[in-house]
Design a protein around this ligand. Structure first.
Ligand SMILES: [Zn+2]
Length: 194
C-alpha cells in the first residue's frame, strides 16, 4: 500500500502492487485524475441527485427497488436517455430520415416507461441504451418490420453506429451531459441483419 495524493487534493492509501509493471502509470493517473473514495461518493451523489431531478421534471415514473439501487439506477436510466438523444442528433444531422428515428424513439421511450425495476438498470449499467430496444426489435414480426419499409431497422443500425461509449458529466448549473469517450460505434452490437 502506498499513499497517493489524488487530484482532489486528498491523500489515500492505494494498493499499487496489483498494477505490477504499470504501477507508475497507475500512480500518475491517480495524481492527475483520480479521486479519493469520499470525493467519488460525493460526486456520484451529486450525479444521482441531478438524474433524479431530471427524471422528475420529465415526468418519468420512480423506479422500484432497494434504497441503494434506486438512486444509481435512475442515473443509469438518464444516461441511456442522453445517449439516445446524442445518437439521434448525430444521425439526423447526417441525413437519416426522421421517420425511422421517430419509430426507434417510440420503442425506446415505451421501454423506458415499461421497465421500472432498478435492478435491471443496474445490471445494464455498463451497456449502451440499445440494450433496451434490442429485444423488441428482434422479437417484432417480419410484417411489423416490413410495415415500416425497413425505415425502423435502417434507423436502428444508424443509431447503434452513432452511439459512443460515454460517461456522465455534471455541469455547474446542475445539468447532466454526456462526455464522450472512445470511438463511435463502440456503443453496441447490431443484432439484426438488413
Ligand atoms: Zn478527495
Amino acid at each position: 500500500m502506498e499513499e497517493v495524493l489524488h487530484s482532489c487534493g486528498h491523500r489515500e492509501l492505494v494498493d499499487l502492487e496489483t498494477a505490477g509493471r504499470n504501477r507508475d502509470q497507475c500512480r500518475g493517473y491517480l495524481e492527475r485524475s483520480g479521486r479519493c473514495h469520499a470525493c467519488t461518493e460525493i460526486q456520484f451523489g451529486a450525479f444521482n441527485r441531478a438524474a433524479a431531478r431530471k427524471a422528475d421534471a420529465d415526468g418519468l415514473p420512480r423506479l422500484e427497488g432497494t434504497e441503494n439501487q434506486i438512486a444509481p439506477a435512475t442515473t443509469v436510466r438518464e444516461k441511456f436517455r442522453l445517449q439516445f438523444e446524442v445518437a439521434a442528433a448525430t444521425v439526423l444531422e447526417a441525413g437519416s430520415p426522421e421517420r425511422g428515428v421517430q419509430l426507434v424513439r417510440e420503442y425506446f421511450e415505451s421501454q423506458i416507461r415499461r421497465i421500472g425495476d432498478a435492478g435491471t438498470y443496474m445490471d445494464w449499467r455498463h451497456r449502451p441504451w440499445v440494450v433496451l430496444v434490442h429485444n423488441c426489435l428482434v422479437d417484432a414480426s417480419e410484417e411489423q418490420h416490413l410495415a415500416h419499409g425497413g425505415a425502423l431497422i435502417r434507423a436502428y443500425i444508424a443509431l447503434s453506429a452513432a452511439t459512443v461509449g460515454s460517461s456522465l458529466q455534471l455541469l455547474e448549473d446542475g445539468r447532466l451531459v454526456l462526455a464522450a469517450v472512445g470511438e463511435a460505434g463502440r456503443g453496441g452490437d447490431v443484432p439484426v441483419s438488413q
